[in-house]
Design a protein around this ligand. Structure first.
Ligand code: NOJ
Length: 660
């Protein structure tokens, strides 16, 4: 009798619904089994994510996700083309089929929540939505139980989570079994059947960042970055979690242009027509190579005199912006320790911000201000409004922020940069900056989850090992990993364009040509030409010409060829000029190939081609390069060579007769 009753209950409450992508290649099955909700994902009718659990363990309450019953489900088809004000692609298709499952606990707590699933041609995404309820107004998450039950024989490319250098690690290829320790997302995976996936999240607000690890059941699952009290998030209801996103592609190269993350973010809620992407040089690399210092003293970099010289250099070089680091009070002594007292309004005695800003304005150069918080959030937040007002009053529309240090100090406690409190702090800076018409380039940031669709003033981030690690800690394959991993989370300020390759303090593991290729292969809404102006002017103005020409805003991006960690070739069309730019990078393996130009529009183009010379090598002959010009059309191909640790860059200018 008891058994029958159970069976009856099970049948009554059970459901299984399938959501299919617009092109019918992907499907997601959501089902309730004994009151517990699960999902599976299929590609071409083959399982890519097997039965996976959903739900939460909560602090001081029953878990959410068991003993459930479906109240109702709704279906929706969505077709839209969204336009982004800047980026790698201007138009993005936001086409999906959606089902929302309204679930309740028929007994006990009687709480309700919604699971919303969207199935795209190149992704599956879902999130939890919890409305406020009479006896359920706030909650603390002990654990999010979301699983991604992927075949354990899959390969993955990962960087470790919860480490002192945040996201700044070399990517490692390993098996999914090695994810016993959590890894950051985007987490790129190749299944045994050759399907490429990336697990990531979109619209991360007010919640701990998602990392991924193998759980006790040997399934990949979320591991939300904890707060120092051990919980994952304290929430007032209503609350929507970030979207859990599974990008899906047939090849590694196809994965690189997955833009679903932006579709899952809201359009801007205010006018951002004032936001402009920017190329800039900086009082910066001179500190890394020991010529200048951040701190005041004989070799202080950020003096009024140097700043004016650099502004003049920016004008000569045709670069619109200048970053000035080390201008403020707080760099003396051990700046990592002393940063707790950094001032964001008080200049060093040899730097006059008003004078420099006024000179920059007279030369039409945008200053990029600098706030190194060293992770002392309490100190920074106290000054935030005044500091942004100070820059705004001086006509400064760009700020690079930094959060060096292994953890942040917030409310007097050490927290992870990627915890709920960290996420909330970064968001506060973005929103305040938007109010003041300031654009941000965040170093040591929270990873990108597409929020720049809503907040386009967030022009760039670091959030991976950048060029400052050169001099031993960057291998030639590092930037061949990034397009398939970190860059799936949006643009990156890699600080490209170091031409002083053989510098004895910071020897660079690339050829010269590869340094300009980065301006195409690593997109950034704020792109730094990072070396000192005199290096460009005295040594390689012929190659610098490419940096001058390459735009920071593209109409369209077409990935052409590549394999994870080996090589990457991409073509991008500029927004306004009709010009195309192509860039490529390779690991230690030299590569010669025919570059098919069929991505071009009709007509004749003048190709300005920058390649490694046949005898170039990142170790022995990094400067060997060839610059050539040729008229070409879309039916032609170019013979391209990339030396070990090398790359290439091409500008294709339409002939006037193209009418482009
Ligand atoms: C680390 C940042 O990545 C770098 O760009 C900056 O110069 C230093 N912090 C100092 O703020």
């Amino acid at each position: 009798m008891f058994k029958w009753a159970n069976l009856f209950n099970f049948k009554k409450q059970d459901f299984e619904k399938t959501i299919v992508s617009p092109n019918e290649r992907n499907s997601c099955v959501v089902f309730l089994k004994n009151g517990q909700v699960f999902y599976r994902v299929f590609r071409d009718n083959k399982i890519i994510i097997d039965q996976s659990e959903l739900g939460f363990k909560l602090c001081g309450e029953n878990p959410l996700g068991v003993n459930l019953k479906l109240i109702r489900s709704t279906m929706k088809r969505h077709e839209e083309t969204i336009e982004l004000p800047w980026g790698e692609d201007r138009f993005i298709k936001n086409n999906y089929n959606e089902m929302a499952f309204y679930l309740t606990e028929p007994k006990d707590d009687k709480r309700i929540f919604t699971l919303r699933f969207r199935v795209f041609d190149d992704a599956v995404a879902f999130r939890y939505e919890i409305p406020p309820q009479p006896k359920f107004q706030r909650l603390s998450v002990a654990e999010e139980l979301t699983e991604f039950n992927i075949n354990l024989n899959s390969t993955t490319w990962k960087i470790p989570a919860y480490q002192p250098d945040r996201y700044e690690y070399n990517y490692e290829k390993c098996s999914v079994f090695d994810l016993k320790r959590p890894a950051h997302t985007p987490l790129t995976i190749k299944t045994p059947r050759g399907c490429y996936l990336s697990l990531h999240e979109a619209a991360l607000y007010n919640y701990g960042s998602m990392t991924i690890k193998l759980n006790a059941k040997n399934k990949l699952s979320t591991d939300i970055t904890p707060l120092s009290d051990g919980t994952k998030a304290h929430l007032n209801l209503p609350f929507e979690t970030p979207w859990r996103l599974v990008m899906i592609a047939d090849s590694a190269i196809e994965l690189t242009t997955n833009r679903v993350m932006y579709c899952l973010n809201d359009p801007p809620r205010q006018d951002f027509s004032w936001v402009k992407t920017l190329k800039f040089i900086g009082i910066w690399w001179a500190m890394y190579v020991g010529e200048w210092t951040w701190a005041p003293g004989e070799r202080h970099g950020a003096t009024t005199v140097h700043a004016k010289e650099y502004i003049n250099a920016a004008v000569r070089l045709g670069i619109a912006g200048l970053l000035i680091e080390g201008w403020n009070d707080g760099w003396e002594g051990d700046w990592l320790e002393n940063g707790i007292n950094n001032s964001f309004t008080k200049s060093t005695p040899d730097f006059n911000l008003e004078e420099v800003a006024s000179f920059a304005r007279s030369c039409n150069i945008e200053l990029v201000g600098h706030h190194e918080t060293v992770g002392f959030i309490d100190n920074y937040e106290k000054q935030l409004e005044t500091a942004y007002n100070y820059y705004a009053a001086n006509g400064i529309h760009y700020i690079k922020t930094g959060y060096a240090g292994s953890q942040i100090l917030i409310n007097g406690r050490r927290e992870y940069h990627h915890s709920q409190l960290g996420v909330m702090h970064y968001q506060k800076t973005v929103e305040l900056a938007a109010k003041k018409h300031i654009c941000l380039d965040i170093h040591e940031p929270i990873k990108g989850t597409g929020i720049e669709r809503t907040w386009p003033n967030l022009l760039s981030r670091e959030g991976a090992r950048g060029q400052e690690y050169e001099g031993g800690a960057i291998t030639p394959s590092h930037t061949c990993f990034l397009p398939y991993t970190r860059l799936l989370a949006g643009g990156m300020d890699y600080t490209n364009g170091i031409f002083d390759i053989k510098n004895s303090v910071k020897h660079i593991n690339t050829t010269l040509t590869r340094q300009i290729a980065y301006f195409v292969t690593i997109y950034s809404g704020m792109a730094m030409a990072a070396d000192r102006p005199y290096i460009y002017e005295e040594r390689h103005m012929d190659v610098f010409q490419f940096i001058r020409d390459v735009p920071t805003n593209f109409e369209r991006t077409i990935p052409l060829a590549g394999e994870i960690g080996e090589y990457y070739v991409v073509a991008r069309k500029a927004r306004d000029s009709g010009e195309w730019y192509v860039g490529g990078v390779t690991d230690e393996t030299p590569r010669r190939f025919n570059l098919n130009l069929d991505f071009l529009d009709n007509g004749v183009y003048l190709a300005e081609i920058y390649t490694d010379s046949d005898d170039a090598h990142y170790r022995d002959n990094p400067f060997g390069h060839v610059i050539s010009k040729k008229h070409v059309g879309r039916n032609e191909a170019l013979d391209i060579y990339m030396a070990p640790g090398g790359g290439f860059a091409i500008r294709l200018v339409p002939s006037q007769s193209n009418g482009a």
